[in-house]
Ligand binder design. Structure first.
Ligand SMILES: Cc1ncc(COP(=O)(O)O)c(C=O)c1O
Length: 428
């Protein structure tokens, strides 16, 4: 599949952002929106096309963040727009928990086919990543009739009450929010012995319903599972009748150059949850599990808008694009991006430990003494923005690049040039 046509060589910053029109919107938001909403940079988006985003003042940005790894097919992909428009003409809502419609059944069939591992799968739709995690916790508890869940330090599984109990990437997400869902235990990410120690000393395996893991910690800092980690979790889970849940909300759907990131390690989870890029930004999440595990009876879980027809129509178009070539494209383009970031890291001392799989690429920012520097990382995010490049942080001091999967080599080169120019202004 060819990437979208390249029509621009560079971002174009005409008015120092945020310009006057952007400032008016930001001021209105600041006056009326919950202060809990945090913005990475003062972007006020007007429209998007492929990997390019325009703000209300006419500036053109190159998007290497994709609304946090969401716009996989690029902004406003014509096939996605056409699918949504066709559905708009028919109906907007039907209540997928109560009635049937073809786009929802078609999408469930596609995801059941794509689910990892052997055997027949079933699909539950939700509205978001966090809801998919909530559903996975409930299904694991229901199926095993056990209460406990093991998660990992650095994990981000969402911010609703149940998933927040698992999230352990920053304590500020949890501050004053407790008490949390009971029976959640954390182990060090990447260390299966840590899980074994929990089972030996803290929570008996007979009480553990599930181990929940991101194969690549996203918000936690683009931290990749060390080799053998997921396989060790798989064998601990199998040994004790515990379910292994992979949270692929950020890493799934082709982003890493495979349909699911777990495939890089040859491990099939029992339950997989996905969301973000699934419906090109229209809220949709999904949980995929084998028939033998999806044993909960009618009425035991559901949600009014889950499996919304517009979202399902968009997702069918997205999956066609992902399966039709974007997975392979992400693998190839990801190598080009990672090589470029490695090359920058070789020349700029403040960039350390470039790493990536497909179009999930991270690099740490350090200070002059070589210590991780969140301050410098945060400043860089703002400087990139001023230069017309959208990229955000992750973890303590990591820069993450998660562009739309349609990004071309030409566009990657444009992004690397902007980054290089920004670094040129610094000593390191
Ligand atoms: C791995 C992972 N799980 C869950 C979530 C929560 O998803 P949502 O923000 O759609 O609730 C995120 C969001 O960043 C995520 O990266």
């Amino acid at each position: 599949m060819a990437a979208v046509d390249v029509r621009y060589d560079e971002p174009e910053v005409r008015v120092t952002p945020p310009g006057p029109l952007a400032r008016a919107v930001i001021a209105k938001s600041a006056a009326v929106m919950s202060p809990s909403c945090h913005s990475e940079f003062p972007l006020v988006m007007e429209r998007g096309e492929g990997v390019w985003v325009w703000d209300v003042d006419g500036n053109r940005f190159l998007d290497l963040f994709a609304g946090i790894a969401v716009s996989a097919a690029g902004h406003n992909h014509p096939a996605v727009i056409a699918a949504v428009q066709a559905q708009v003409e028919k109906f907007l809502h039907a209540g997928g928990a109560d009635v049937h419609y073809a786009v929802m059944a078609d999408l469930a069939e596609a995801l059941a086919r794509l689910g990892p591992g052997k055997g027949r799968k079933r699909v539950l739709f939700t509205n978001s990543g966090t809801e998919s995690v909530e559903a996975a916790i409930k299904l694991a508890r229901y199926h095993t009739a056990r209460p406990a869940v093991i998660a990992f330090y650095g994990a981000f599984h969402g911010r609703t009450a149940g998933s927040l109990a698992l999230t352990a990437s920053r304590s500020r997400y949890r501050r004053h929010m407790g008490p949390f869902m009971a029976e959640v235990y954390h182990a060090p990410f990447g260390d299966p012995d840590g899980v074994q120690r929990l089972l030996d000393h803290v929570v008996h395996p007979d009480d553990v319903a599930a181990i929940v893991v991101e194969p690549i910690q996203g918000e936690g800092g683009y931290r990749f599972s060390p080799d053998g980690f997921l396989a060790a979790l798989r064998s601990i889970a199998d040994h004790h009748g515990i379910l292994l849940i992979a949270d692929e909300v950020q890493s799934g759907l082709g982003r890493t150059g495979r349909m699911w990131a777990v495939e890089h390690w040859g491990v099939a989870p029992d339950i997989l949850v996905t969301s973000k890029g699934l419906a090109a930004g229209i809220p949709l999440g999904a949980l995929i599990a084998p028939e033998e595990i999806m044993t909960w009876p009618p009425g035991s879980h559901g949600s009014t808008a889950a499996g919304n027809p517009l979202a399902c129509a968009a997702a069918l178009a997205v999956l066609e694009l992902v399966e039709g070539g974007l997975v392979d494209h992400a693998a190839r383009a990801g190598k080009v991006l990672l090589d470029g970031v490695r090359e920058l890291a070789a020349r700029h001392r403040m960039l350390q430990n470039p790493r990536g799989l497909g179009l999930m690429v991270g690099v740490d920012v350090v200070d002059d003494e070589g210590r991780a520097s969140p301050t410098r990382r945060n400043a860089l995010v703002q400087e990139f923005f001023q230069a017309g490049l959208l990229a955000i942080g992750a973890g303590n001091a990591t820069l993450r690049f998660s562009p739309p999967l349609v990004i071309s080599e030409h566009e990657i080169a444009a992004g690397l040039r902007v980054i290089d120019r920004v670094f040129g202004r610094h000593k390191g």
